[in-house]
Design a protein. Structure first.
Lengths: 143, 368, 379
């Protein structure tokens, strides 16, 4: 077994109902191959993702957290993803500022027609997390 | 040039006379200011309505028992003040109140703000053991010289925002001859109006920029030192656990935080409570888990809630019973978050909190 | 906890502790986990930085070697830990919770208040020499460890928290099993059962309770009586110092309304405290009116209302654990004041907080013929 096969990260993916989840669905129905590391959670809009969800997932031991929504301007609710983007900027600064690993959280825009992009993003993110290794928070006692 | 009122008395006397004038002439109904409330010299914020009671007032006493922003919020939470009142507050307290007003937790209406160029305050435990009172003359000497007084709280030592943005009046303390004169800048129409008729010399003047910049430089250096020290400690998850391991979960930092206004904090709500099944599944992962859990989650979560508006007032440091450097951590993270949005909390009540607004074209780099 | 039969209480077991009391207690826990008597233990552990001790729920036995059954500080009251684990249900794990007597007593009170489910919990307490004030310990944790160890060995309380110095219930058995060290011969300690559950656990571990423990009992009685005298005197002195409105106002003059005392109190379980609720928030007219009637009011007002109100709410259950005093950022002797009031309010009803889970809380029980002396009392 090679080292890469030993560690298959667990990546939580919050996918917006209207774009990214449909994109993931398209990837599936098109029989495109994407890594089994992704655990999708469907949300109605990427702005439904409270930064606390991401923090909780990270402290709970998720090796990576992906938030994916419609491209800016395409939000089903017109402006949800603009808020998402700002919150994400804020959260990344918090994580960075505390000396934690901002590389483990990622924001991507994936539309319903971008099955290919979904595959690209998830593959690339999985590779990156593999390089980073396991999230050390997973076995911490004093959280 | 700004309008100013110069009173040829010590600043301490001058400001008390101004306050007395405001009450006596009926320009305001009450005054919020620090006051000695008992014979052993405990200092607390008070709402004073009788001019006589002002003899115990100590407006710029170097102590912040509570962030006054929180008090003014409590005062105006159920509707704006029914009568005009004046509040003597520090710049960070005023900024905190502005942030609270943006969150609909208070109203600016009918409140006159008297602030100062701020020399900083001592840790609250130094008031309990009497050192603040004992070192008062050293404190004022340092302020006069535009230096950082000894034994200030870290948040104050490293504070660069010591000039108020939105005060109606600014009492000039830093680098000023406060024993001989009382210089009050009248920044707003309201400020000018309310000072009309006061004994003293009305003139046009600017705050001495040179002295201010000099002090800012010293504080910047202090900040860099403190941030560097923190940086070494904040070393990944292990570093955070080292820092916050001793937290006793009293949530005092949250309770005294002027920005944390929630009646019921998320981290005390049922959403944050562990069910037996949560414990069981967590124990499969970790073999052991701190109880009650959520120490790091609380800190990270609170940062995500308030870092955008943190005014680095240092109240959280004062209250922490186990001496975790909460204030410096929040200040450091807060500043970097605020910088991303080019936002200075409490600078302008008209400016939206960055997280409730957006630009269509921005932060393209955050998407990967 | 089912009520023990009287004969259960009379005897105990003498356990050999050649490797030291701490190690032997750890062995006891390990053995119990090996045999499946417990699935997990809730016990204090030193934090990685070494500057505090917190409760950890442990399932992985290899972690047991790092536990600290009797730490030098009480950073979180154990009852709060038990409540966190069981408040929402008893769960599927059988858990041993190892704590100090004031913590088991607070757990008993929380049980009466519906905030724990003890069905799967075995409460294990031990003789307690007190704890250091948390701020003293933090000044130099390593020195603190040594000072505590020495003091604990000699049962010397002068460095302990003031409220520990006057604790007359430092060996009170309120849980299922108690570990007694007082009066034990060198390299031994006693195990005492206080309930059917305790009996069952010990039986599974092949520990038989047939030794006479009168020696322990006598020593405990001795210390308790001595402390009771000290307590009475301390409370009397305190009362003359802080009694009366003016003194009370002075005592609480530094209070910054952080409500830390309430938050760390094991009895104050309300999710939203009355004194943080909308009930205490008023329109500006009200505040101005109050100020005008006196010329000046402290703001925030009602510090004493909070303190006395909290006394009304929890003094019947107060176990004098001292958590409030440790958490007070302005060093108000809250715990001493609350312990004084608790002794008086509980004394009225001959109630001892945490003594017995079957004993009803005084304010939710009554007798038709009682307290007549309070009617038309003229004091």
């Amino acid at each position: 077994m090679s080292k890469d096969e030993e560690f298959m990260p667990k990546i939580l993916a919050f996918l917006c109902n209207w774009c990214s989840y449909a994109g993931a669905d398209l990837a599936g129905t098109s029989r495109l191959k994407y890594p089994p590391s992704i655990l999708p959670i469907r949300v109605m809009c990427s702005s439904r993702v409270d930064p606390l969800f991401i923090i909780k997932a990270y402290l709970g031991g998720a090796d990576g957290v992906l938030v994916a929504g419609c491209h800016p301007g395409d939000c089903h609710y017109e402006k949800g993803n603009y808020y998402t983007r700002r919150r994400f900027v804020m959260l990344k600064e918090v994580v960075k500022g505390l000396g934690l690993e901002p590389e483990r959280i990622r924001l991507s825009w994936i539309s319903a027609s971008e099955g290919n992009k979904y595959v690209e993003v998830t593959t690339e993110f999985t590779e990156k997390i593999k390089k980073l290794g396991k999230n050390s928070a997973k076995n911490k006692i004093f959280l | 040039m700004t309008k100013a009122l110069k009173i040829n008395k010590s600043t301490e006397q001058g400001i008390l006379e101004l306050l007395k004038f405001l009450l006596k002439k009926g320009k305001v109904k009450g005054i919020f200011t620090l006051k000695k409330i008992n014979k052993d010299g405990s200092v607390a914020y008070s709402l004073i309505t009788k001019p006589d009671e002002l003899k115990y007032a100590v407006p710029f006493y170097p102590l912040m028992p509570v962030n006054a922003g929180k008090l003014l919020s409590r005062f105006s939470l159920k509707g704006s003040s029914s009568e005009p009142v004046a509040a003597v507050v520090r710049p960070c307290e005023l900024r905190a109140f502005i942030e609270l007003v943006k969150r609909e937790q208070g109203s600016l209406e009918n409140i006159f703000f008297i602030s100062s160029t701020c020399g900083g305050v001592h840790p609250i435990d130094k008031s309990v053991d009497g050192t603040v009172e004992k070192n008062l003359s050293e404190y004022w000497d340092a302020v006069k010289k535009g230096e950082i007084p000894a034994e200030l709280r870290p948040a104050c030592r490293s504070c660069e925002e010591f000039i108020p943005y939105t005060a109606d009046m600014t009492v000039d303390l830093i680098g000023n001859n406060i024993d001989k004169q009382c210089m009050i800048f009248l920044n707003t129409k309201n400020g000018e109006e309310i000072a009309k008729g006061m004994d003293g010399e009305f003139l046009e003047k600017e705050i001495n920029k040179e002295k201010i910049d000099k002090l800012r430089g010293k504080r910047e250096a202090e900040k860099k030192k403190l941030f560097d020290e923190l940086e070494v400690k904040m070393n990944g998850m292990d570093g955070l656990i080292e820092i916050f391991g001793k937290c006793i979960s009293c949530h005092g930092c949250m309770r005294v935080c002027p920005i944390c206004y929630c009646k019921l904090c998320e981290f005390e709500s049922s959403d944050s409570e562990y069910k037996p099944s949560n414990y069981e599944s967590d124990l499969k992962k970790r073999g052991g888990l701190r109880v009650p859990p959520g120490t790091i989650y609380f800190q990270l979560g609170r940062l995500s809630h308030i870092s955008i508006s943190c005014v680095a007032c240092g109240a959280c440091d004062d209250v922490c019973p186990v001496d975790i450097p909460v204030a410096m951590i929040f200040k450091k993270v807060g500043e970097s978050v605020q910088k991303m949005f080019d936002y200075i909390p409490g600078k302008d009540v008209e400016e939206d909190i960055p997280l409730v607004t957006f630009e269509k074209e921005e932060f393209a780099e955050v998407e990967e | 906890m089912s009520k023990p039969k009287d004969n259960l209480k009379s005897n105990g077991a003498v356990i050999s502790a050649k490797t030291g009391t701490k190690e032997s207690i750890i062995n006891f826990l390990k053995k119990a986990m090996d045999k499946g008597v417990f699935d997990a233990v809730l016990v204090p552990m030193r934090v990685p930085a070494g500057d505090s001790f917190v409760y950890v729920l442990i399932k992985d036995k290899s972690l047991l070697k790092d536990v600290f059954p009797l730490p030098p500080v009480m950073s979180v009251q154990g009852a709060k830990a038990v409540s966190s684990v069981t408040r929402l249900g008893k769960g599927n794990m059988k858990i041993a919770a190892v704590m100090r007597p004031c913590e088991t007593r607070a757990t008993v009170e929380l049980t009466k208040l519906g905030q724990t489910d003890l069905e799967n919990i075995t409460l294990i307490s031990m003789d307690c020499p007190g704890v250091l004030p948390i701020s003293d310990f933090l000044d130099d944790p390593n020195k603190g460890m040594k000072l505590f160890d020495d003091a604990a060995k000699k049962w010397d309380d002068k460095l302990m928290r003031p409220v520990c110095q006057i604790c007359d219930k430092s060996s009170m058995v309120a849980g299922d099993i108690h570990i007694g060290t007082l009066g034990a011969k060198k390299d031994t300690f006693f195990i005492i059962s206080n309930s059917q559950k305790g009996n069952d656990v010990l039986e599974k571990l092949a520990i038989t309770l047939k030794e006479n423990i009168d020696g322990w009992r006598a020593k405990v009685k001795n210390i308790s009586e001595e402390k009771q005298k000290k307590r009475k005197k301390a409370h009397k002195d305190l009362k003359s110092e802080i009694g009366g409105l003016d003194n009370l106002l002075d005592t609480f003059s530094q209070c910054i309304n952080c409500h830390n005392c309430m938050k760390v109190c094991p009895i104050c379980y309300c999710r939203l405290c009355y004194f943080d609720s909308d009930k205490v928030k008023h329109p500006s007219e009200d505040y101005l009116q109050r100020a005008e009637s006196k010329g000046s009011i402290r703001f925030l007002p009602d510090t004493l209302l909070f303190q006395t109100g909290r006394m009304m709410h929890m003094s019947y259950s107060c176990v004098s654990c001292g958590a409030c005093e440790d958490a007070c950022p302005v060093s108000i002797p809250v715990a001493q004041i609350f312990s004084m009031i608790a002794d008086e309010t509980q004394g009225l009803f001959d109630y001892v907080s945490g003594r017995d889970v079957e004993e009803p809380l005084p304010l939710i029980a009554y007798k038709e013929e009682e307290l007549h002396e309070m009617e038309d009392a003229n004091d």
